[in-house]
Write a protein of this length. Structure first.
Length: 378
């Protein structure tokens, strides 16, 4: 694990504190989740739900996740054996990769990728094979030929994150179909990170890879409550997959954490059943925040890319006369009092992402406005 030092988020958040900057780096909301759901957690604690919950997760939450997959996507998962509750999506991803990949196996990831993927693959002794997302017609996308060429005899799995952090891309039906075809052709497992499944904008639809023909039996679908309900500190996630895959993941998970978060599990079960209207309002609010930040960045001289989902927007810094996002984001706190994340740190090939920086818009309007005012100094 030597190559995995301090994450860029820790570095940039420290810089933000040191310089009194507005932190549009790390992607956490600065407002709370639905009131009644928070209240459920309080009640659960006061009601004595304070001991180890069952290893697979409390039954109410597994049932609620199963209903959520059925109602939202028409996917059937047995709450007893095909749903596993985890410590956020992060543990779900790590336990899945550890469970399903042997040393020497290869795992395909789209770069830029979420930083925990590389660490999970390394922990498993597997090798990551990056396939770049590049900007085409204003959004980040991949070349299906390049993806196909990345498959080799040792390829075991492909990790797919849509809606995608850090680019804001939501894969289209055609893009997902090309991934599905490849998985079928080469007998690959798909591990999908769908933590932003409810945060898509402009009518863009999130399509779980498991809904594509032949994919349910080879897909480990991962999501969590953090982004959907603005409770990133609760760390309640879940895995949906066929019995054999879930039991393999659970075999690993039980020795990482066994179980966690009884009161929050119950509250998230409540959220999935009763707070989807709050989520719809949250989506509308985030969409407006995206527009607010995009307009502000454009007026500050950035060229802004289209974000179809997530908490994030990508800005091209060349229009401001820069060509290296790392140098740019290091200077930005001093020069403008704003923190952003250089997109290149999510790449194995930084050159593909060198001219982009990521801004988070999951912040109060006044925070976004103040950040934009400051960026106008540039
Ligand atoms: C936030 C995030 C996660 C982590 O989810 P937790 O439920 O907090 O563990 C995983 N993947 C992506 C792409 C994320 O943005």
């Amino acid at each position: 694990m030597r190559e995995f030092g301090t994450t860029v988020f820790a570095t940039m958040t420290r810089l933000a504190v040191e310089t009194g900057s507005i932190n549009l780096g790390q992607g956490f909301p600065d407002t709370d989740g639905p009131e009644a759901m928070l209240e459920r957690a309080v009640e659960a604690i006061r009601g004595g739900l304070n001991q180890y919950p069952p290893g697979p997760g409390i039954p109410e939450l597994r049932q609620a996740v199963s209903e959520h997959q059925k109602d939202g996507y028409g996917l059937d998962y047995d709450p007893d054996g095909e749903v596993l509750v985890t410590v956020g999506a992060t543990e779900a991803i790590a336990a899945t990769v550890l469970a399903l990949c042997e040393p020497g196996d290869e795992v395909i990831v789209f770069e830029p990728y979420y930083d925990s993927y590389a660490a999970a693959i390394a922990l498993a002794g597997a090798a990551r094979v990056p396939v770049p997302l590049r900007v085409d017609a204003g959004r980040f996308t991949f070349d299906p030929g390049e993806l196909a060429a990345a498959v080799g005899p040792r390829t075991r799995a492909i990790l797919v994150n849509s809606p995608h952090n850090p680019t804001g891309t939501v894969f289209t039906r055609e893009e997902l179909a090309s991934i599905a075809r490849l998985c079928e052709e080469h007998d690959l497992i798909a591990i999908t990170d769908e933590v932003y499944e409810h945060l898509t904008f402009d009518g863009v639809e999130h399509l779980p890879l498991a809904t594509f023909p032949g994919m349910r039996e080879r897909t480990v679908t991962i999501s969590s409550a953090g982004k959907t309900f603005s409770v990133t500190g609760w760390k309640i996630g879940w895995v949906c997959a066929p019995y054999t895959l879930v039991s393999a993941v659970q075999a690993v998970k039980q020795f990482m954490t066994f179980t966690s978060g009884a009161p929050w599990q119950l509250a998230v079960a409540y959220g999935l059943r009763h707070e989807m209207e709050w989520v719809a309002a949250q989506r509308a609010s985030l969409s407006a925040k995206r527009d607010r930040l995009a307009a502000g960045l454009a007026s500050s001289g950035f060229e802004v890319l289209r974000s179809a989902g997530t908490y994030f927007i990508q800005a091209d810094i060349r229009s401001l006369g820069f060509d290296d996002g790392l140098a740019f984001t290091r200077q930005l706190p001093e020069r403008a009092g704003v923190v952003a994340i250089p997109t290149q740190v999510f790449y194995d090939h930084p050159e593909y992402g060198a001219r982009y920086v990521r801004f988070a818009f999951c912040k109060r309007d006044e925070v976004i406005d103040e950040a934009v005012d400051r960026l106008k100094r540039l």
